[in-house]
Design a binder for this molecule. Sequence first.
Ligand SMILES: NC(=O)c1ccc[n+]([C@@H]2O[C@H](COP(=O)([O-])OP(=O)(O)OC[C@H]3O[C@@H](n4cnc5c(N)ncnc54)[C@H](O)[C@@H]3O)[C@@H](O)[C@H]2O)c1
Length: 269
Amino acid sequence: MGRLDDRVAIVTGGGRGIGQATSLRLASDGAAIVVNDIDDAPANETVKLISEAGGRAIACVANTVDLAEAERLTKAAVDEFGKLDILVNNAGTTRDKMFHGLDDATFDFVLDANLRTGFHSTLAAMPYMREAAKAEMAAAGAPAYNRKIVFTSSVAALMGNRGQFNYSAAKGAIISVVRTLAMELGPFSINVNAVAPGFVETRLTAAKEADSVHGIPEEMRQMAKMMISLGRLGQPADIAAVTSFLVSTDSDFVSGVTIPVAGGQLGAM
Ligand SMILES: NC(=O)c1ccc[n+]([C@@H]2O[C@H](COP(=O)([O-])OP(=O)(O)OC[C@H]3O[C@@H](n4cnc5c(N)ncnc54)[C@H](O)[C@@H]3O)[C@@H](O)[C@H]2O)c1
């Protein structure tokens, strides 16, 4: 028995890093997973890992910056598994630039990738999550169980971060929209929360290579470690464990909050 038996979940950006670890964790908790990513090879790899471990998953390649793509994603979950209970808005990325050199295209790209993706995926989930709860309320007086939405913020929003005006704008907005959505969706027993990862080892935080759009300078990696009270960098599974809690019945009375998962990083509390 897993704590997510019979639940159906979408994880956006599930092909790599934190999204992959979250897909694997929720699958091992018993949920059927729709692994979304813009890149098909990583999405299929996550599905393969879940299947090999005995779980249920399908891939859905979609860029949810586009609402029609987000609608295709949520429909895929319902077509394949019959319903949608859990949405993990994990997709996101960085394009770091010091503020004085920031241009509109880079600002818009990061706002789209980190904020509009979650906006559209959540909007596209409403017919299946809010309407399903509403139908249960009409039939039985209350939703049958709590449905769950988890967004992904960042300590960059809580503390600020050099070179991340665009990213901290998007991740800060997530803290606010989670509060607003929790108010609107609470009456339908839909919990809305966020995780705010600290420094987690993925391609976003790998040592920057000259030709890569991802990654950060090695000195920043060393500095990050010194700021983490628990004395180690975060791993994707550390974030997945907290998301697992936030989508389980154990958190049925938790809504509207952003939980820092940052190893006690100074300033992120
Ligand atoms: N790694 C960290 O230290 C850290 C810290 C704070 C927050 N985060 C956040 O955690 C989330 C996951 O980051 P990660 O470190 O695992 O990065 P990652 O680059 O390893 O994985 C992100 C995945 O999202 C996918 N993706 C990007 N844009 C997408 C879109 N528009 N539609 C669908 N998929 C898309 C990518 O293809 C990739 O597979 C992001 O929202 C990121 O901002 C990461």
